[in-house]
Design a binder for this molecule. Sequence first.
Ligand code: CP3
Length: 346
Amino acid sequence: MNDLFLRALHCCNDSRPPVWLMRQAGRHLASYRALRSRYSFLEMCHEPDLISQVTLLPIKAYQMDAAILFSDILVIPEAMGVGLHFEETKGPLIERPIQTAQDIDQLPSAEEIFKLNYVAQGIRCVKPHLNVPLIGFCGAPFTVASYLIEGKSSRNLKKTKQWLFQDPESFHRLLSKIADWSIAYLHLQIEAGVQAIQIFDSWANYLGFDQFKEFSLAYLQKILLGIQKTHIPSILFCRGSSVFAPQLATLNPAGIGIDWNCQLITMRQQVPASIALQGNLDPDLLYAPLSKIEQEVNRLLDQMTGDKGFIFNLGHGVLPDVSEDAVRTLVNCIKRREPCLATSSF
Ligand code: CP3
């Protein structure tokens, strides 16, 4: 078992940093596109054997140090019954977006979490094939709420922000309901065998400093407290973490995922050494010539040398049109640092 990732997440890694990439199990892989030509995205999310196969693709292609469950943050809205589709070019579309406070109260309670049992089956299916830790995940309540309200990917989250300022009370009820589902969903994943979890707040960067505290942080805290007894380490990732990381650190998560707008080494001065830092190369760097990728990867590795809680990643997900050579160059550059001495203990 390669447990570099868990060691780094516990801030006690004496070997080279572990590497995995957000969206590693996605369209940039030819093996993913081949499977995807035979099934719709949601079919792939629903079928335990396909969940397992896709989760394994980046492990086989690059020997990443951690696997992330193949699924999507929008399976919770789907289980809530709002009607989820993925259009080839438009991304997610929700048939019945939330439009009134009454709609919020009509969303089913988290007792219906059993609708996501297929995810637990996928986890059980993939676990025997893995020699690296498996990361489970969910979306942060603010980001999931934005999809429920906008009904699709949005350029400015206008309806969401209008709702938040015009009727904060019902907006809080929505966030609270999503947080309850998220807690139940993470318990389901943990019982099935994930060894760490990450919460994605992809659109937190749309929030002002105080709004972040009220509408995002409070619910991240609710989720962390809700799964605290499991002792499974959590990573909080948000776009905007170069600004919000000190606020995230007050929740004392195992790790924080940092976007690419700051220097990670500078961020370390604001985040205690007991919290792992994950990140933070610009995802567009993977479009650069391979020699430039190596140069930038080495620069980040040099800056973070000796940091026992550093997990190598991008500042957001791998983009669908980067080359596998680019990703392989990045991974190999990290793996060339020091031999991996770590063996099991977690
Ligand atoms: O990271 C991984 O490889 C594991 C799987 C994973 C997916 N989505 C698969 C996926 C994870 C962790 C996610 C998280 C997710 N989903 C987020 C948060 C992280 C982030 O990137 O900000 C968000 C906002 C979503 C919602 C979502 N899912 C959108 C907006 C889209 C369409 C745009 C896009 O990137 O394709 C998806 C679809 C999606 N989720 C795909 C994959 C592999 C592509 C679907 C396809 O094959 O057409």
